[in-house]
Design a protein around this ligand. Structure first.
Ligand code: ADP
Ligand code: MG
Length: 332
């Protein structure tokens, strides 16, 4: 074969390959563009999840296994989880997820001056919101528990968890749901899904566009204990953001005529009582949004406003009681 013929064949092969790449690329893009909005729902961590994402394939099985992994690491309702074993003193080795969440939790505990505190578990149990039966509830008992509640009693060196007292207990209930949302978002992105909304028990990540090709619409509920229909106080349009809400209108009980909230002030050892009815925080990750939202509920409106002045990259919507009805305050 002459050299010019060989050159011609090589060039033709090159052109064919290029053509193949263009056609394959167009098909992939078209498939993704025309892909349906998948919808997955279910129960996890004692709450519900709703996930919508534009993808040619249903990824629910893989999403479920991510959620099961978070449960096996961080849930205190799962007695075999890594965190349950650390709490019982059966191991001092964190797994990858426990390590990641504890590192973040300790940072946020520090930043919020201990308003958010991962070692609050004994108090949460004593007030009847934990995994153990509520026992005595006297001032003396609460004060005795406060001796070993405090994030400074906990440290992490590599994967090794150290407690200053073996009674120190870890509770990731105010950060794990947000973390799970981040992990599902990571899974979707790894599968080239760009348009999605993930919601687990009110903690949300939105990305890209909704079904109508617009930014996602996120509803903030009225913080009303009788709000079974989910009446909304605000609808906020956003995308590529993580959002979490904490409030005292879903998880509480009434004792001696007073509402007992599931958010505990680590400083007083008692459920919080103040002006802020709900805090919705927008942050780079949902784990952060979740933890900061809980911290806001502990700090109250005034301290939270000061906190957000020093954290201009975070924003929030506070709902407070107004003269006639609720008032929303947008922060940052
Ligand atoms: P929700 O999203 O259900 O409103 P939060 O994210 O505010 O809940 O988390 C509430 C849970 O966090 C409680 O049930 C308890 O397990 C834990 N918790 C309560 N008080 C604190 C606190 N000060 N710091 C960290 N976690 C807390
Ligand atoms: Mg939270």
């Amino acid at each position: 074969m002459t050299q010019s013929k060989r050159g011609l064949i090589r060039r033709s092969c090159g052109t064919l390959f290029l053509l193949f790449l263009i056609v394959a690329g167009t098909i992939i893009l078209l498939r993704r563009f025309q892909a349906p909005m998948q919808q997955n729902e279910g129960f996890v961590f004692g709450t519900t999840y709703h996930i919508r994402y534009k993808s040619p394939t249903d990824l629910h099985d893989r999403i479920r296994s991510v959620l099961d992994q978070v449960d096996a690491s961080l849930s205190l309702f799962n007695k075999q989880s890594t965190l349950s074993k650390i709490n019982r003193g059966e191991t001092d080795k964190a797994d990858v997820m426990v390590e990641e969440v504890l590192r973040l939790a300790l940072r946020i505990s520090e930043e919020t001056g201990g308003a958010f505190d991962v070692t609050v578990a004994p108090l949460v149990n004593a007030w009847g919101f934990g995994t153990e039966e509520q026992t005595t509830l006297s001032d003396a008992h609460i004060d005795s528990l406060r001796q070993f509640v405090g994030y400074r009693n906990l440290s992490l060196s590599g994967r090794t968890v150290s407690k200053s007292d073996k009674r120190v207990q870890i509770d990731c209930g105010a950060i794990a749901k947000g973390y799970a949302v981040d992990k599902v978002a990571q899974l979707l992105r790894e599968n080239q899904v760009e348009n999605f909304m993930i919601e687990i028990g009110g903690e949300i990540v939105v990305s890209g566009k909704n079904d109508e090709g617009e930014s996602w619409h996120i509803g903030i509920e009225q913080p009303d204990t009788t709000n079974v229909g989910g009446a909304l106080q605000e609808v906020v349009e956003m995308t590529d953001r993580a959002v979490a809400t904490s409030g005292n209108y879903h998880n509480y009980y009434v004792r001696d005529g007073k509402r007992v909230s599931h958010t505990i002030s680590p400083q007083t050892g008692r459920p919080i009582v103040h002006d802020l009815l709900s805090a919705t925080v927008v942050a780079p990750t949902c784990a952060e949004a979740d933890a900061y939202a809980t911290a806001c509920m502990v700090m109250g409106a005034e301290k939270s406003r000061a906190f957000f002045k020093n954290h201009p990259k975070l924003s929030a919507y506070f709902i407070l009681a107004g003269n006639d009805g609720y008032v929303t305050e947008k922060i940052n």
